[in-house]
Design a protein around this ligand. Structure first.
Ligand code: ZN
Length: 484
């Protein structure tokens, strides 16, 4: 039995249910963890003495802000090997993909395992404790196990998704034929992975979802059959994930091939529902937002990637107001190209304030709007933190993570308010400073009760040798593509 006391925090932002707006924010507070769960939290002065003497580890949290561990709902971790590739730095989605597919065709199992750990290291050091990963390319013997093993070694809570591509160029799809798989093999492997790895238990460290890649790389039949397979595991919470409505080309492809908007296409396929979350949704129209809200279909909002690829500005405020569950995603490492979850939340806030560009001032409900929907009120700092924690947990179908309360999993991030980025901000409002000031690294990251980042350093893997190996593999991958 292990126990951890996080003691005398300057502020604990619980995001709990006790305050319906943003959760309680407790000052001079402590939090006690037994094994993998939070057992007690409250004012430090009220901590039961027995708990203090029982603690096997104590983190002195004076000068720190404590938040729930952040939740990343969309990523492609193998792309850490292909960041900042010349030739696609300034391309939009389809051109960017066409430039990178031939390089990704050279991926090996070792590359997937090492790049997954690098991506997770970056997330953990930014206070993220749970991540999804969308692995949709399986050349050269790559298996989903390669990323699962990477996650286990580094100690991150993981939603591994079995992605897939089945429609190559010769059949009208975007990817080259040599990187797509046969649909019966995809479904067989999907079933094997769910049966082998998926856990519906409270506190599960590993879950598996099914994730055909996008409308332009898989068939409607595979979408249908993947949904049927996931839902055949009744009561097991096997979820469905894909890309949707990412940019104007994506919309044009849907209209041309399926004569539908992406949301109408998702509806026809049975891909709306509480068990589904879609990445991007930049171009979701009002009808789409209504369909998502009515079915409680989730959205992984990826602001940095949407800006990097000039895809556009997702209508997040309208989604939230309609009741669509929204989480945050850093998206693949080659279209961000950073994976810092606090920074992602900050960018979500900033991008929302740029908002939906208005051609002329609009008057609604007696108010006149200039430039964008709501201006600075479009997204507050606390809204952004909520999306990055509770929002993400909901989108991933988790009720045991995303806020801090007794009985919840001990997934916790600590940020040192005495550092440069918080100077002159944390003294006024530590919670807002986390989002508004320079995005800090986490001082501590606790996953399932285990200290994975300690004093700003990864405690589970040796980062130096990992990066050296990763960079060697990144060069080998691009070199092998050049020689083809
Ligand atoms: Zn993506």
């Amino acid at each position: 039995m292990s126990s951890l006391l996080i003691d005398n925090a300057t502020c604990i932002a619980t995001l709990d249910d006790a305050d319906p707006a943003n959760g309680r924010e407790l000052t001079d507070a402590s939090l006690f963890v037994r094994d993998n769960q939070i057992e007690w939290l409250g004012p430090a002065s009220e901590l039961p003495p027995a708990l203090r003497s029982e603690a096997t580890e104590v983190i002195d949290a004076r000068g720190h802000l404590v938040t729930p561990g952040l939740v990343n709902t969309h990523h492609h971790m193998y792309q850490s090997l292909t960041r900042a590739i010349p030739g696609v730095q300034d391309a939009e989605l389809f051109g960017w993909l066409r430039g990178l597919y031939p390089i990704w065709a050279g991926l090996t199992p070792e590359m997937v395992q090492v790049s997954t750990q690098v991506a997770m290291a970056e997330l953990l050091l930014s206070g993220c404790t749970t991540s999804s990963d969308h692995l949709y390319i399986y050349p050269n013997g790559v298996r989903l196990e390669d990323s699962i093993e990477g996650a286990k070694a580094i100690g991150m809570r993981f939603m591994a998704t079995r992605g897939s591509m089945s429609v190559g160029q010769s059949a009208g799809g975007l990817p080259p034929d040599r990187v797509v798989e046969k649909e019966d093999a995809i479904l067989k492997d999907s079933q094997r992975l769910i049966e082998t790895w998926h856990s519906a238990a409270h506190g599960a460290m590993l879950q598996v979802a099914l994730a055909p890649c996008s409308p332009f790389s898989v068939s409607p039949a595979l979408m249908h059959e993947s949904a049927a397979l996931a839902r055949s595991f009744k009561g097991q919470g096997v979820r469905l994930h894909t890309h949707l409505a990412e940019n104007d080309h994506d919309i044009a492809y849907s209209r041309e091939k399926f004569s539908k908007t992406p949301a109408q296409y998702a509806q026809e396929l049975g891909w709306l529902g509480e068990d589904v979350w879609h990445a991007h949704c930049v171009k979701l129209d009002d009808e789409g937002i209504s369909l998502f809200a009515a079915s409680r279909t989730g959205v992984a909002h990826c602001p940095c990637s949407n800006m990097r690829l000039a895809s556009g500005i997702a209508p997040i405020r309208r989604m939230l107001n309609a009741g669509v569950p929204v989480g945050l995603g850093v998206d693949g490492s080659a279209s961000n190209d950073a994976a810092h979850m606090v920074n992602e939340a900050r960018q979500a806030l900033l991008l929302a304030r740029v908002g939906r560009a208005l051609q002329a001032p609009e008057t609604r409900e007696g108010k006149t709007f200039f430039g964008c929907d709501l201006g600075p009120a479009e997204m507050t700092a606390r809204d952004a933190l909520h999306i990055a924690t509770r929002g993400g947990a909901r989108v991933l179908g988790r009720t045991d993570i995303g806020h801090l309360a007794p009985g919840m999993c001990a997934d916790i991030a600590l940020f040192d308010l005495r550092t440069l980025g918080f100077a002159g901000g944390a003294v006024h409002d530590p919670v807002a400073s986390l989002l508004l000031c320079a995005s800090p690294q986490a001082a501590y990251t606790v996953v399932n009760g285990r200290v994975v980042v300690r004093n700003g350093q990864l405690a589970t893997v040796d980062l130096g040798p990992l990066l050296e190996r990763h960079n060697r593999l990144a060069v080998a991958l691009t070199e092998s593509a050049r020689q083809l």
